[in-house]
Design a protein around this ligand. Structure first.
Ligand SMILES: Nc1nc2c(ncn2[C@@H]2O[C@H](COP(=O)(O)OP(=O)(O)OP(=O)(O)O)[C@@H](O)[C@H]2O)c(=O)[nH]1
Ligand SMILES: [Mg+2]
Length: 228
């Protein structure tokens, strides 16, 4: 079999599992978000700053993906919420089957929000639906304003852009307005938040976005129940 049909088959199998995960998240009213960025843009740090301010009884959990090591899970477990590492052993993205397998012994009815931290990579994760309600792309200010134009797929598919490490703006030649214009050239109307996990400026906006996104998910569920 040539490479193209095989890849199509893999992706359609992934889509089938992702659709069943999406339905399970919907039934259980779980907001699932898929965080995607280049290595080191600040996915785990954003999750650390998020988990540290949540009340201890918050119904959140994290699946964090990496090619090697359990480092990110170890960082995130300190906050007391359920966290699992998915180690891909070389694969440059998470796929829906990995998510399904790692959810086997978690009761989704006990969750409101599931964070998925994808493997650090701006390309491959964009092709794999994980059943999430929203993809979120993180771009740090040390990466260059041109990245939305060079890696358009993930910026097009993501609902939200988090421009991270904004505390470094005085020290790097990076024009945030240009980066945002580039993101909106690829994805008109894209939501954008500027966040520094160091100073925590912008964290309130991020937490508010999460809250509102969760409300939207619950409203969609109620609408679909009302429609029968
Ligand atoms: N100055 C500054 N540094 C940050 C910020 N957020 C993260 N960092 C630093 O950036 C580095 C990488 O952060 P991580 O959160 O590990 O990045 P990641 O995206 O999870 O990395 P991978 O999982 O390896 O892809 C660490 O040294 C963080 O301390 C920020 O807002 N400001
Ligand atoms: Mg990480």
């Amino acid at each position: 079999m040539s490479q193209v049909p095989l890849q199509k088959k893999v992706l359609s199998e992934n889509d089938r599992i992702a659709a069943s995960l999406r339905e399970r998240f919907r039934q259980n009213e779980v907001l699932c978000v898929n965080l995607i960025s280049s290595p080191g843009s600040g996915k785990t740090t954003l999750l650390e700053r998020t988990l540290e301010v949540l009340p201890p009884d918050s119904r959140v959990a994290v699946l964090t993906g990496d090619i090697q090591t359990e480092n990110d899970a170890a960082r995130l477990k300190r906050f007391g919420f359920p966290v699992k590492q998915i180690t891909t052993g070389g694969t440059c993205h998470l796929d829906a089957r990995m998510i399904e397998r790692h959810l086997e012994d978690w009761d989704l009815a006990k969750l409101d929000t599931l964070f998925i931290e994808n493997v650090g990579n701006l390309v491959c994760p964009s092709s794999y639906d994980l059943g999430e309600a929203a993809k979120i792309v993180i771009l740090s200010v040390t990466e260059g304003e041109d990245k939305p134009l060079k890696y358009p797929s993930i910026f097009f598919k993501s609902e939200l852009l988090v421009l991270s490490k904004t505390d470094l703006l005085p020290f790097v030649p990076f024009d945030p307005e240009l980066a945002e214009r580039n993101a909106r050239r690829v994805h008109p109307g894209m939501e954008i938040l500027r966040v520094s996990c160091l100073t925590r400026i912008g964290m309130a906006g991020w937490l508010n976005w999460l809250r509102q996104r969760r409300c939207k998910e619950c409203e969609l569920k109620q609408e679909s129940v009302a429609l029968g």
